[in-house]
Ligand binder design. Sequence first.
Ligand SMILES: Nc1ncnc2c1ncn2[C@@H]1O[C@H](COP(=O)(O)OP(=O)(O)OP(=O)(O)O)[C@@H](O)[C@H]1O
Length: 366
Amino acid sequence: MLDSSAQPAGLVLDGIARSYGGTVAVADLDLTLPAGALVSLLGPSGCGKTTTLRMVAGFETPDRGTIRIGGQEVTGLPPHRRNLGMVFQNYSLFPHRTVAENIGFGLRMARMGRAGRDAEVRRMLDLIQLPGRGDAYPSQLSGGQQQRVALARALVVNPRVLLLDEPLGALDRSLRESMQFEIRGMVTRLGITTLLVTHDQEEALSMSDIVAVMRAGRILQTGAPSEIYDRPATRFVAEFLGTANIFEGRVAAGGSALEIPGAPALPFAGRAAPGSRASLSVRPERMALGAGAEALDIRLDVRVTGAVFRGTYAAYQVEAPALGRELFVYRQADGPLGAVSFRLGESLALGWKAEDAVLLAPEPAE
Ligand SMILES: Nc1ncnc2c1ncn2[C@@H]1O[C@H](COP(=O)(O)OP(=O)(O)OP(=O)(O)O)[C@@H](O)[C@H]1O
């Protein structure tokens, strides 16, 4: 078997930081991309994603820290000596050059001969499923096709790392979804180490091997998509990745349940110091309503205050008098797709398992 520890990581960011005047854009960030992995930086606007990507590309110099690609330090190298491929949302194609000329541009810069270039361009056109379209101009292609050409232009030079900055941001929803599959498939086939920057949680979760959630210049949590979604480390991560029911209270004597005045104790997975303040997160789809709630660790009486049809599931808002608040519950369709089966005002049991209540760590100071 291959010893993966013998292979250098695809890309390593070691303690990189960058400030502009008094603004800290990126603060001592560590991130390792295993060779061939697609890793995304996910976070809200202004959290430092683009600055991080620009330091990897060589458009910005870190104030401190090092960047290594395939084991080689590149921190001080200019962009053209790093051998990277880049696709940006607004990194448009040359409008007055054909698709083939656009794709072959990097090879011409590298002084590859005509015949070699033509063969490579044909190979890339097949890869992006636009065979025979080399003579078209960008304006004759759809937005998704143009973005595929931009991808081909980035990949044709066999870069060591591919950088994608909101590559699907300009596309409409249905096209974005098919492009997510396409880019994911291409990265897997080529085995190219890829860093994706996005503020779209669905895009990060569906495309990545590893997601790093950023806030205010720092990474809050790094992990496989299912890991950060199901076991968020902090309230910010829980809420940025989707809807979360957050409970705040004090840890009970045994260290494994949360006490909220007036409500039954809420057991959770793991342990915390008895008497300390703590928060729990429970995803709406981990909660059960009605008959499904009977045998679960936590049961509350609730009343339905909102019900909406979401296609493959129904979303409910329910009021829990014991907690004095509303909660969100998603229920997969068991009959017709996602049909709403509970009525407004109906009183029901709500329940969840202790293992689905995730203990959150305090948010690091900004
Ligand atoms: N050239 C610059 N001069 C001054 N401030 C900058 C510069 N570039 C970035 N910043 C600041 O650094 C912080 C991080 O910006 P950055 O663009 O990296 O965030 P981002 O997460 O990529 O956001 P967005 O998704 O909106 O692009 C912001 O506060 C931004 O205003």
